[in-house]
Design a protein around this ligand. Structure first.
Ligand code: GLN
Ligand code: ZN
Length: 767
């Protein structure tokens, strides 16, 4: 057995420095290239990655380079590898039973009336994975040897890489019961059936030359899954006994990123595996446990979630503490895969130099891990220069202008800032808005057409003057307002044509943020976002949305909603500073939004929506951490909106947040109206509200699933709406789509909205 490498990373971004994989995959989907061409591009990307990682200091032949490529998603990869696909895709297998690349993409994206796998958030990150569907009849068999081929491909190029695979416990714990499974069926009950396939995979990987394999089991740190910690712990024990007991296998490294293992750590320590990875950024150094003597402890001390260069000397201290646990060896690693950070900070040409010196993207983090590995092997003095440089950068960051802004910090908050008048008083004051029963509205954005994107790109490149760009946007707003009036909506929106992204737009207009050129991070499949960097105290140099809102309002006698992104969502979708509690940062953003709301009111806007689609997303994995999160997140929203007059109607949009999970927070937000997804889940929210003992503020359960180009029929919308008004008091119910319309085309948008208007008219007739 070869030793575990002294330094490694849990995974590397796979989209490519210039999103090469996205482009290649989308070209294949569009039929512009064939499978062989796509495979070729992907193989080149993997080769570039291996060479890059070796150049950055990871060993070519010591298993320190992870084989963590994926065409779409690592959970789908695992499901396909073990053949766990829904019955509706079974006919896509090749004659020999394998699942090829075209079938893989069809499972990810759907085809005709074959729905794709559902997508949901990966732990507390912004990455989304595909949810496997597993039932009592799911058959498990090795159905893809892609990972095996990648190990062989690397070997041919002179590398010994470490294949990475989502482990059996996590695969099943994240799965949902397949259609037709009996009530209460638990996919984890199939653990013993899937393990032989993993055993077979291990043998194949070993035969291809792998000396180590990384089995990712992040489910073991979560207290937010249907399975209890005790069930997960028991499953891990059984699974690792089988995998560890396999006769013919590489050495096993079990990684459990995203939080601390707590009570599951001793289970892993006692298991017949050779290395255990712990997240020491989100978690803390565990207590010593039996069974560590022959194992390597892999300390995830470099933050895989964030982009700061951080405290390298402190990271080495933590690794030294880990040495005290009695393991045979300690290795340095990232806390999670580097999937969550962009490739390389040296690709940024427009960032302030000083800011750059505080940052570490994926490539810089690899360098940090290599330094720590050397520090572990040769002693602190051997890496003193690197440690000192990181400490100096950190000290510089603490003292730099803008990181602490006296004017921002001088704003004192009193308890009254966090509360508006009672809901009853507000409701009475808002009668003056003159809204009909079942008010019809949309969530904010209208389709972002090719024309809009082109104009924005031309403006960014300086090919379109500010004046011409603004004329273009005003014409766009004119069109959207006229369209809404023609359709007969009650509360209008300006359509958000000026926003590239609901967070980046605010980041670009607030002090304390920086935006990147190439800082892409995979969000799901071929989609990537470019999170902004929140590095300093946040303030608003000038009003942001007021001119657009006022312009839109000037075009109509109906109310036009002001449209803002809330503090929690701005934080969730940015890289945030790690030098103060999140709640403090959230309050700074909230104060900027509070000023914006005051300016919107002064400009005559009487309905203001503050979007918080990420409220559910940031909910911590550990139950003990949830109350504190809910407290600061709710308070920041209340601080943002607490200055609004009683007669101003405050809306929030919670997107795909599950109503039942965040009900206490929703009550706490105290918005006058809350819109939330309900069409895709067929009005589940109505039952959630009943289960939660009712909800008395305005509620807009979505009646149009905007994730699909499908136009919902009038009858369909009508039946959703009737369900809502049967179960909820009429005065509370609003009519709106699930979310904004920016990803839709105009044809289906207009047809769908027309059907929603007609369905509402029919329901109103009966009230
Ligand atoms: N107002 C935003 C829009 O309509 C909300 C988007 C979201 O919830 N993700 O686009
Ligand atoms: Zn939404």
């Amino acid at each position: 057995m070869t030793a575990f490498p002294a330094g490694t990373i849990l995974g590397y971004p796979r989209i490519g420095r210039r999103r090469e994989l996205k482009k290649a995959v989308e070209a294949f989907w569009a039929g512009r290239t064939d499978e062989a061409q796509l495979e070729q591009t992907a193989a080149e990307l993997r080769a570039v990655t291996r060479d890059r990682l070796a150049a950055l200091g990871l060993g070519r032949d010591d298993s320190s380079i992870p084989e963590s490529f994926s065409y779409y998603d690592q959970v789908l990869d695992a499901a396909v590898t073990v053949g766990a696909i829904p019955a509706r895709f079974e006919d896509l297998r090749d004659e020999d039973g394998t699942i090829g690349l075209p079938a893989y993409f069809t499972i990810a994206r759907g085809e005709g009336d074959r729905a794709p796998l559902e997508m949901t958030k990966w732990f507390d990150s912004n990455y989304h994975y595909l949810v496997p569907e597993i039932g009592p009849d799911t058959t498990f068999s090795l159905s893809s040897d892609r990972l095996v081929r990648e190990v062989a491909e690397a070997a041919e190029a002179g590398f010994r890489t470490r294949p990475v695979v989502v482990g059996p416990v996590t695969l099943l714990a994240l799965a949902k019961a397949a259609d037709g499974a009996p009530e209460g069926f638990d996919p984890l009950s199939r653990l013993d059936d899937v393990l032989p396939v993993y055993v077979e995979l291990l043998a194949r990987l070993r035969a291809a030359g792998a000396e180590w394999v990384q089995i990712d089991e992040p489910a073991l740190v979560s207290e937010s899954l249907p399975a209890s910690v005790a069930q997960l712990s028991d499953a891990a024990q059984r699974a690792l006994a089988v995998l560890g007991g396999a006769a013919d296998r590489p050495s096993i490294f079990v990684a459990a990123p995203y939080a601390s293992l707590d009570s599951v750590f001793p289970v892993l320590a006692a298991a017949p595996v050779e290395a255990i990875g712990v997240d020491l950024v989100r978690g803390t150094v565990p207590a010593a446990a039996d069974g560590l003597a022959g194992k390597t402890l892999v300390g995830g001390v470099i933050d895989g979630h964030n982009i700061w260069r951080g405290d390298l000397a402190g990271a080495l201290d933590t690794l030294e503490q880990l040495r005290g646990l009695g393991a045979a060896a300690v290795a340095a690693s990232t806390s999670t895969s580097l999937l969550h950070v962009p490739h390389d900070v040296t690709d940024e040409t427009k960032l302030d130099e000083r800011l750059v010196s505080w940052l570490a993207f994926a490539d810089q983090k690899v360098g940090q891990v290599v330094t720590l590995a050397r520090g572990l092997a040769e002693g602190r003095d051997a890496v003193a220069t690197e440690l000192d440089a990181a400490s100096a950068a950190l000290a510089d960051r603490h003292s730099a202008p803008g990181v602490r802004d006296g004017a921002v910090r001088a704003r004192e908050l009193v308890e009254a800032d966090f509360a508006r008048d009672t809901y009853e008083a507000r409701e009475a004051a808002q009668v003056a808005l003159g809204l009909p029963a079942l008010p019809l509205t949309t969530i904010g954005s209208f389709p972002q057409t090719g024309d809009i994107r082109r104009a924005r790109a031309q403006f960014t490149r300086g090919e379109l003057s500010q004046e011409d760009y603004e004329d273009f946007l005003r014409a766009e707003i004119d069109r959207v307002i006229t369209l809404q009036e023609d359709l007969g909506l009650d509360v209008l929106v300006h359509g958000e044509p000026e926003r590239n992204d609901m967070v980046q737009y605010f980041a670009e207009n607030l002090d304390g943020f920086a935006v990147t050129e190439n800082g892409w991070v995979q969000s799901y499949g071929s989609r990537a976002t470019r999170p902004s960097i929140l590095w300093g105290d946040v303030s608003r140099p000038a009003p942001i949305t007021v001119d657009w809102a006022a312009y839109a309002q000037s075009l109509s006698a109906k109310h036009v909603k002001g449209m803002l992104t809330g503090p929690v969502t701005i934080l969730a979708w940015s890289f945030v500073r790690d030098d103060q509690p999140l709640g403090e940062t959230a309050n700074q953003v909230a104060l900027a939004l509070r000023d914006e709301i005051a300016d919107l009111e002064a400009a005559g806007i009487q309905i203001i929506q503050v979007d918080e689609p990420a409220l559910r997303e940031l909910l911590p994995l550990k139950q003990a951490d949830q109350p504190a999160y809910l407290d600061w997140s709710v308070r920041s929203f209340r601080l943002a909106t607490g200055g609004a007059a009683s007669a101003t109607q405050v809306h929030t949009h919670l997107c795909y947040s599950e109503f039942g999970v965040v009900i206490d927070a929703i009550r706490g937000l105290d918005a006058d109206v809350t819109s939330i997804e309900a069409a895709r889940s067929r009005m589940e929210v109505v039952a959630d509200i009943a289960a939660a003992g009712g909800f008395d503020h305005g509620i807009g359960p979505g009646v149009y699933d905007i994730h699909s180009p499908r136009v919902p029929s009038t009858a369909e919308v009508e039946s959703l709406l009737r369900r809502a008004v049967e179960e909820l008091p009429l005065r509370q119910v609003w009519v709106n789509p699930d979310c904004g319309l920016k990803t839709r085309g105009y044809d289906e948008t207009v047809a769908s909205l027309a059907n929603i208007v007609e369905a509402t008219r029919r329901v109103r007739e009966d009230i």
